[in-house]
Design a protein around this ligand. Structure first.
Ligand SMILES: Cc1cc2nc3c(=O)[nH]c(=O)nc-3n(C[C@H](O)[C@H](O)[C@H](O)COP(=O)(O)O)c2cc1C
Length: 203
C-alpha cells in the first residue's frame, strides 16, 4: 500500500492556515485514492530524539566510516527510526509556516534528524552532494503572515520556502508541488484566498 507521510510543521492545530489547506488535500486524496495510507507526523505533538552529544558523535563516527560506541548506538538507533519513516514513504505532504524569515525550529530539527549521509545523500569531495531518494514527490504548503515574494525588503526575506525546497531537492525529491498561501496577516478578507488555496490543494 503506498504511504503518504504528512508532516505537520505548525503548532496551531485546527487553527493552522496551512493545516486547513492540507485538510482539503487529504480529503480529496482519501476520496480519490483510498488505497493510500496516510501517516501523520505532527512535529509539535510527537517527541523526536534530540541531536545531542551522543547522536552527533554517532553521526560523525558513521560519516567517517567508523562505528558508534554502545551509548552512541542507542542515540543513533533512535535517529535511524525517524530516517526510515521518512525514506520509506512514497509521497510527502508538509505544512511549513514562515517563522522569522525561516522555518519553525521543530521543522529544522526534523530536517537535521533525517538528513543523514549514506541514507539520504552522499558526498563526493570532487563532485559534491547527491541526493539518494528516487521517484518521490512532495507537496509543500507554505504560509506567511506578512511576507510575500516581490514585496520590498522591509516585509522580510524568504529563508523559508527557498530553504525548504532546496533541502528537499538535496535529498533527491525531484517533484515538488508548492502551494504558497498569500500572507494571512491583517488585511483583506482571507476566506476567498483560503478557498482558492484549498481548491489548488484538491487539484
Ligand atoms: C514565531 C512566529 C514567527 C513568525 N514570523 C513570521 C515572519 O517572519 N514573516 C511572516 O510573514 N510571518 C511570520 N509569522 C506569521 C506566520 O507565518 C503566519 O501566521 C502563518 O499563517 C502561520 O501559518 P499556520 O496558521 O499554518 O501556523 C510568524 C508567526 C510566528 C508564530
Amino acid at each position: 500500500m503506498p504511504r503518504l507521510l504528512h508532516v505537520i510543521g505548525s503548532p496551531r492545530g485546527v487553527l493552522s492556515r496551512s493545516g486547513l489547506v492540507a485538510t482539503a488535500y487529504l480529503d480529496a486524496l482519501r476520496a480519490h485514492r483510498p488505497d493510500v495510507e496516510v501517516d501523520t507526523l505532527d512535529l509539535w505533538r510527537e517527541e523526536l530524539p534530540p541531536l545531542d552529544e551522543a547522536a552527533v558523535a554517532a553521526k560523525m563516527a558513521v560519516t567517517r566510516g567508523g562505528n558508534p560506541d554502545p551509548a552512541q548506538r542507542v542515540a543513533w538507533d533512535a535517529v535511524l527510526a525517524v530516517v526510515a519513516r521518512f525514506r520509506t514513504a512514497d509521497r510527502y505532504l508538509f505544512t511549513v509556516p514562515m517563522w522569522n524569515g525561516g522555518i519553525p525550529y521543530r521543522v529544522k530539527h526534523y530536517v537535521d534528524l533525517v538528513m543523514q549521509p549514506g541514507l539520504l545523500f552522499t558526498l563526493d569531495r570532487a563532485t559534491g552532494y547527491a541526493g539518494l531518494l528516487r521517484n518521490k514527490r512532495a507537496t509543500v504548503i507554505y504560509s506567511t503572515g506578512i511576507h510575500a515574494p516581490g514585496l520590498p525588503p522591509a516585509f522580510g526575506a524568504d529563508y523559508h520556502a527557498t530553504y525548504f525546497d532546496w533541502w528537499l531537492r538535496e535529498t533527491g525529491v525531484a517533484e515538488i508541488d508548492t502551494i504558497r498561501l498569500p500572507p494571512t496577516g491583517p488585511g483583506p478578507d482571507l476566506e476567498p484566498v483560503l478557498a482558492r488555496a484549498r481548491e489548488m490543494a484538491r487539484r
